[in-house]
Structures are given as structure tokens and as C-alpha cells.
Design a binder for this molecule. Sequence first.
Ligand SMILES: *[C@@H]1O[C@H](CO)[C@@H](O)[C@H](O)[C@H]1NC(C)=O
Ligand SMILES: *[C@@H]1O[C@H](CO)[C@@H](O)[C@H](O)[C@H]1NC(C)=O
Ligand SMILES: *[C@@H]1O[C@H](CO)[C@@H](O)[C@H](O)[C@H]1NC(C)=O
Ligand SMILES: *[C@@H]1O[C@H](CO)[C@@H](O)[C@H](O)[C@H]1NC(C)=O
Ligand SMILES: *[C@@H]1O[C@H](CO)[C@@H](O)[C@H](O)[C@H]1NC(C)=O
Ligand SMILES: *[C@@H]1O[C@H](CO)[C@@H](O)[C@H](O)[C@H]1NC(C)=O
Length: 525
Amino acid sequence: MLLWVLLLILGLLSRQAAIAKKSVVEPRPSWTPIFEGELVTLTCHGAGPFKPERAWWYKNQQLQEILPTNIIQTNQPGEYRCQTQGSTLSDPVNLVFSSDPLILQTQYSVFEGDTLVMRCRGKNTGTVKHMAYYKNERKLLDLITDFDKLLSVSQAGLNDNSKYHCARVVSSIWSTWREISKNVDIQVQELFVPPELKTTMSEPIEGTPMILSCETQLSPQRLDTKLHFSFIRDGTVITSGEKKSHVLQIPAIQTKDSGSYQCEAKAMTQNILKKSNYVKIGVKIPVSQPFFNFSAFRAQASVGDVVEFHCEVLRGSFPIQYQFYHENTILENKIAPSGGAASFNLTMTVGHSGNYFCRANNSFSYQFSKNLTLSISDPIRSQTNTAIMGITVALIIIFILTIVVLVVYFKLLRKSGRSSAPSPHRISSISNLQEPVYSNSSSQKELMPIYGNVNPVAENVVYSEVTSKEHGKEANNTKKLPEIKDSPVIYAEVKQKPQSRDSKKTNAADGRQNVAENYENAKLF
Ligand SMILES: *[C@@H]1O[C@H](CO)[C@@H](O)[C@H](O)[C@H]1NC(C)=O
Ligand SMILES: *[C@@H]1O[C@H](CO)[C@@H](O)[C@H](O)[C@H]1NC(C)=O
Ligand SMILES: *[C@@H]1O[C@H](CO)[C@@H](O)[C@H](O)[C@H]1NC(C)=O
Ligand SMILES: *[C@@H]1O[C@H](CO)[C@@H](O)[C@H](O)[C@H]1NC(C)=O
Ligand SMILES: *[C@@H]1O[C@H](CO)[C@@H](O)[C@H](O)[C@H]1NC(C)=O
Ligand SMILES: *[C@@H]1O[C@H](CO)[C@@H](O)[C@H](O)[C@H]1NC(C)=O
């Protein structure tokens, strides 16, 4: 049991080590191609703790040998791989042998930033008179002496990927001839892929955190390359110095952080710089609480008035939608594509009293305004109301007056009922009331009542009339209470209702007569 666990752990450990490191095949000479018949020494480099390492050799995907050493020699073309204890299978090394008289040799692999080296080698002996290197058929280097000189391109880049060849003029005792190598297709390998700028969101909401990451991948053969990163917004580097981390964190993004972003990855030793795509970041602003008002003076309006409602936010990304509410019912819906306000007009009806507010939202946030109360008055109804109220008040006053008068009357009646004969004091008190108004109508000979008590005690019964006579003249007392000073005769009499009506009629008739008389008098003048 314990053994099993141990084996399992060992297995896991070895697998982890395997993930960590690949074996590498190193050929010597380090040039390719080479002439047929030449020997190549291959060394298998691993990461295992055992030296010299035991190695498994593969040729064209087939296991060839298991050797107690990590070095083999071969003159056979093919694709060679190896694996040591503790490392994974290596990438292949393709051994190419050439039978050509002239070959252009180069490294097995060239990465960006490396120095690309080419060597022109001939099999034939003789005196080299002239040598030249060509790139895409165009002469790159012309040599008249120093024919061992190599063609080297420092800081190789992907634009150095081309077809190269070389040519030379050789002479012997008998002849002079020209040799041309085959074209070699040079592929400079990418050290790391161009970075890609990624963001958690392209439209972050103001105040939220945002992460920008500059993602790239180093070539598996060059995993130990040191990369540094920088972040650029609108053409300006925003990271202080060069970062070893490919991540930029903005804890709370602000409006000023909006812009066009790009990142750069740089291999420090090789001095290779690669730029990413552009990413547009627009910081979105949540709507602020809207201001809400209406064009009603003192929050009052009448039926038929047009009230303008206005809702406005000071901050918020567009477009902004505005909704006007009356008691939780939407009255109006407006979208402001740009500009932070909306308004609308409404003609008031009786039902429009109550709470009003507005709501503003954009695609990711909303806010309600404060409530405002609007009261609607109905002019017609209020007129009727005042009329009804006036009438009611008048009726109440009349009623109270009636009661007062009745009370007074009954008091008087009771007093007069107790003493059968009218008290002289009482009479004098009445007579002292007012100066009498004298009628100058000659036709009126009858005594007229001074004070007509118009409040009958009971229907169809009787009411009193107080009549005064002074200086032999008849007083016209229907309107004014007479103020009687020492009136010689004051008496009260009880008359029946119909009679009083008749007397009133006569009065009216007399008045008319008076007017007629006056008219005649005026004519005489
Ligand atoms: C509401 O207030 C804004 C700003 O204070 C003002 O411009 C606008 O005229 C007002 N609208 C109404 C309907 O009162
Ligand atoms: C505003 O009025 C509406 C409708 O009457 C009501 O539902 C809401 O609670 C009120 N809001 C505030 C803040 O008073
Ligand atoms: C509302 O009416 C006023 C004046 O009557 C006018 O100036 C305003 O433009 C109107 N508003 C809308 C939204 O129709
Ligand atoms: C406002 O919110 C509603 C949902 O509540 C949504 O349908 C609408 O699109 C939003 N308006 C804007 C301008 O984003
Ligand atoms: C009395 O009669 C005369 C003419 O008949 C008239 O002009 C005058 O106004 C009268 N006076 C009163 C107090 O009625
Ligand atoms: C009493 O005077 C009024 C005007 O004050 C008059 O109209 C009426 O006819 C007069 N009556 C008598 C009976 O004189």
C-alpha cells in the first residue's frame, strides 16, 4: 500500500518535471545542410538529475536506440528526436545531407533578434576567385578576397524571411567555372506572438474596477525570454516604467480613463518590441438623480391649464430615457439621444391632482426624482361651491335672526299677557324710538302703521301694527321705525292678515299716484 502511494507520488513528480522541461537535440556542426558523408554529432540535453543521461533516440518517429549516454553520431538524413530521463520528448532536428558541389549553410533555427548567419561551402577544390551572396536573386554581399567570410544579419526579423543563395567562381589549372547553390528558404521564427490587449469589459461603469491584460505567447524553445509590458492610452504610455506583469489593474475607472488603449511587449535582451491591437474603452456614467419640476405657480393649477413638466439629469451616459409619472402611472416616455433633459406639456383635468415624479435611465442605471404634489382647482365647481356656501350661510343667518326675533316677540307677548293693561312705561319706550317720517301725500288720510310686525304667530292669525300719529299728520312708517318724541297718541291694534295686504296695495297705488302728481308738477315748471 505504502509502495503504491510512493509510486503514485513519484509518477506525479516526474510528470510535473516533464511538463517543466523538454529535451533538446543539439547538432554539431551546427550548420545545415551538410555534405553527404559528413558525420553529425547529436547531443541530447535534458533536465534530469542523472549525468551522463540515459537517452531514448527517435528517428522519423521511430525509437532507434536506448543509450546509456546522451550523445550519438550519424551520417543519415532524417528527423531526429530524443528524450532523457526526467524530460519530455524533444523537438525534431532535421538532418539534411546534400550532394551539391556548393551549399549555403545556415543555423538549424533562427529566432527574431538572433544573428542570422549564412556560410557558402563548396565541395570542389580550386582557387576561389569571387564569391557572392544573394537574397531573392539580388546580390547582398560581394567577396573578392576573404572567402571564409560569413554573411551575417544581426537582429534578424520576420522581414528577413527570404530565399537566399550563393555563387562563386573557382579556377583550377585547367579551367575556371561558376558554381551556384540551391536557394535556401530562411524562416526566422517568432520569439513571441504579437500581444493581444484584452479587457474585462469595453464599456466599464464609472467607479468599477477594470483589468487590462497584454497577452502573448513565447516560443516553446525560448520560454526563458524576459518580456516587459507597457500600456498606452491615446498614444501616451500610462504605466510608469516597464512592467514585468502583463496585467494592468485600474481599481476604480474614471471618465478620464476613456480612450484608445494599446499595449507593448518587449523582449529586453533581443530588443524586440511588438504592439497590440487597439481597444476602445468608453467609461459609462450612471444617471444622477433627476431634477423634476413643473410650470405651476405654487404647485397649483386649474382645470384647462397647460402645465409643462421638466425632468433633467446632470450626469449620465446617453441615450437617457425619461419617464414622467403621476401616482405610479406613466404619463409620458421620452428618450433624449443627447442632452440631459426632457419636458412635455399636459392639459390639466380634474383627475390630475396628486403626486408627480420622473425616472431617468440609461441602459445600465436608473434614478427616480423627488415627488412633487400638484393640486388642481376646478373654477366652475369652486364657483358653485361658493354659491352653495353663500346660500347656506344666508339661510343660517335668516334662521338665527328668525329665532332671535321670535324669542323677543314671545318675551314681549308674555309680558303683555301678564299685565292685562299695557304699562305706560312700555308705551313710552316704544314712542321714544325714532323721529317720525311724515308723509306729504295729501291723499293719505288714514293712519298708517309705524311698526309692522311681519312675523305672524300662527298662520292665518293676527299680527300687530303699531301706528303713530303726530301733529295731526299721517306718518309713512312702512320703511323706517319712527322715532317718536312725546307722541300724543300711540296705540296698538290687531288686524287680520288679508286686511294688511289690502292696505299695502293701497300704499303702492298711492305711491304711484304721488309720482304722477310729481310729474305733473315738474311739467308746470
Ligand atoms: C425647471 O427648472 C429648470 C432649471 O431650474 C428651468 O430651466 C425650467 O424652465 C424649469 N421648468 C419648468 C417647467 O418650470
Ligand atoms: C412618490 O409618490 C409615489 C406615488 O404616490 C409613491 O409610490 C412613492 O413612494 C413616493 N415617493 C416618495 C419618495 O415619497
Ligand atoms: C410647452 O408649452 C410651452 C409654452 O406653451 C412651449 O414653450 C414648450 O415648448 C412646450 N413644450 C413642449 C415639450 O411641447
Ligand atoms: C431604460 O430602461 C428600460 C427598462 O427598464 C429599457 O428597456 C430601456 O432600454 C432603457 N433605456 C435606455 C435609453 O437605455
Ligand atoms: C312731498 O311732495 C313733494 C311734491 O308733492 C315732493 O317733491 C317731495 O319730495 C315730497 N317729500 C317727501 C318727503 O316725500
Ligand atoms: C311711504 O314712503 C314711501 C317712500 O319712502 C312711498 O313709496 C310710499 O308710497 C309712502 N306711503 C304712504 C302711505 O305715504
